[in-house]
Write a protein that binds this ligand. Sequence first.
Ligand SMILES: NC(=O)CC(=O)C(=O)O
Length: 294
Amino acid sequence: MHSVCDAVMSTKEEAKRREGFKIALVQLSVGPDKAKNVAAAVSEIHKAKEKGAHVVALPECFNSPYGTKYFNEYAEEVPSGATSRALSRAAAEAGVCVVGGTVPERCGDKLYNTCTVWDDSGKLLAQYRKMHLFDIDIPNKITFKESEVLSAGDHVSTFDYRGVRFGIGICYDIRFPELAHLMAQQGCSMLLYPGAFNMTTGPKHWELLGRARANDCQLWVGLVSPARDTDAGYVAWGHTTLIDPWGQVKGQLDEKPGVIVEDIDLKVVEEVRSQIPIRIQRRTDVYDTVSKNK
Ligand SMILES: NC(=O)CC(=O)C(=O)O
């Protein structure tokens, strides 16, 4: 039987839940040994829980080096693969929600760059396949063509945890404001982008794009990178970053392995949206007419 005291406690807990939660953004060091990469992720999930995190987010391609020549070899099915099973177990044992960065996913004869999300009972909450593939050519700097081996996803993916709606994008997806806007329209208060920018685009665009998406959608943004390994074929920029709905950087790592653990205050989302009400001021009447008559 529940006492009045229990009821007061649960109302207080519910009110506290509505105010926000604690997130951990984990910048992992990733190497060629898949089992070691996954074990490191599991260990960081448990450490984040000890620091009070409710949601733990991992980087893009955290179980495999990032590169088209690795995806087939490291690919696993979701949710039956060893990495999925390890994340599910870690989420349940630690009692946290795990946003499992990305892994190369095998589905039939196709490969995807996929993020899985696990709730605190280990259940698969969401599965998102990178929608915009990273195909670029910057002469004498970097040429990359994910589409040589990966297929693109074609579903937007959001999930709810502790009464909060989150949206997921993967790395190059952050360059497409349309996707972020869709997820904001669907009620997201936070967007999480596992990503691995590089030494050319990282310093130019990583923080800029994160702040842009936070500012134009008026929500929290978390960017989660692998740590930099200068011996790797693809050298990641690192700089895992947390940005608030004002577009301000609330936490940022350098290139080394590390973790950001921060409180996410959901009141800030409402504060920015009510004080600068761009969401209800859009001139879709004009935009729609102009784009139809183009
Ligand atoms: N690696 C990516 O998907 C994206 C990237 O590095 C960039 O957009 O720059």
